[in-house]
Design a protein around this ligand. Structure first.
Ligand SMILES: Cc1ncc(COP(=O)(O)O)c(C=O)c1O
Length: 269
């Protein structure tokens, strides 16, 4: 497996748990957290089965360009491996939404769910798309091993949600873009925090510009215990603690503004 790091934990922990040999392609803040296609190419082995990327990305909110997606698809095809694209946040793209990777090639697999853009993780409904009929059979068999049947009540909710998809997204996306602007305005005025502006999703991965001696553990504890604000410290993502994941989609606007002010205050306590 060649997988992007950092990542949503499951995309790394599940292959680890089944003993997969893993090569990591580390994302770099100074390159805008963009996937370096040449690095992916360099990590491919003759026995690589899967290239795994996430777009829009969790925790950074970075998105691939269409050219990079096409390059990864071509790479998977030429090396006879698969490209897995975790598209869980795809409906939350602020610019142009990329095509679902599976629509581009039988070598590509797309996964998505209703958890994020539609905010209903509780119904546990998502989907995997592949145009490879043999692989479809394999996944159907795996699904049968996990559960004989989906919940029809959940499926009815999913269907009703998807039927309202366009109208729902038309009001959600501008609101989430506005939230992102609130965070941007805070970062513009906060000398000790920088970020790569997310292009999709509702999380970003800011970096604290603090001295080497700054006690990051105490900062996160202070932020939570004294200011009631919780972020995802970098080590959750195998990254340095001066990075943290910031979610701007779930809190109310007042809570979001309060949380941002709390980070500034905790940096100076
Ligand atoms: C990138 C990404 N993929 C997958 C998931 C899991 O989604 P679900 O709970 O719908 O399987 C998440 C949830 O945080 C995510 O951020």
């Amino acid at each position: 497996l060649v997988v992007v790091r950092p990542n949503y934990a499951t995309n790394i922990e599940t292959p680890k748990a089944i003993g997969c040999a893993i090569s990591y392609v580390d994302l770099d803040f100074d390159r805008g957290f963009a996937v370096d296609i040449e690095r992916v190419k360099a990590e491919l082995r003759p026995n690589t089965k899967l290239i795994s990327v996430t777009c829009p990305h969790n925790p950074t909110g970075a998105m691939m360009t269409r050219a990079d997606l096409d390059a990864l698809v071509a790479l998977a095809e030429s090396r006879k491996c698969r490209l897995l694209v975790d598209e869980t946040y795809r409906d939350l793209s602020y610019g142009e939404r990329l095509p679902s990777a599976a629509s581009l090639s039988p070598a590509a697999i797309s996964v998505c769910s209703l958890s994020k853009a539609f905010g209903i993780p509780g119904i546990r409904i998502g989907w995997l798309v592949t145009r490879d009929p043999e692989l479809q059979e394999t996944f159907l068999a795996a699904k049968e091993q996990i559960g004989i049947c989906g919940s029809v009540i959940d499926e009815a909710i999913a269907r009703a949600t998807l039927e309202r998809r366009d109208a729902f997204l038309a009001s959600l996306l501008p609101e989430m873009a506005r939230r992102r602007d609130i965070v941007q305005a805070w970062i513009d005025g906060e000398t000790q925090v920088d970020w790569v502006r997310p292009q999709g999703g509702v999380v970003g991965f800011p970096r604290l510009n603090v001295d080497a001696g700054f006690d990051l553990d105490k900062f996160y504890t202070r932020l939570l215990e004294q200011h009631g604000t919780y972020v995802g410290p970098g080590h959750w993502f195998e990254m340095p603690k001066r990075f943290f994941r910031l979610g701007f989609g779930w809190p109310t606007e007042t809570e979001l503004r309060g949380g941002l002010a709390a980070i500034s205050a905790a940096l100076r306590d």
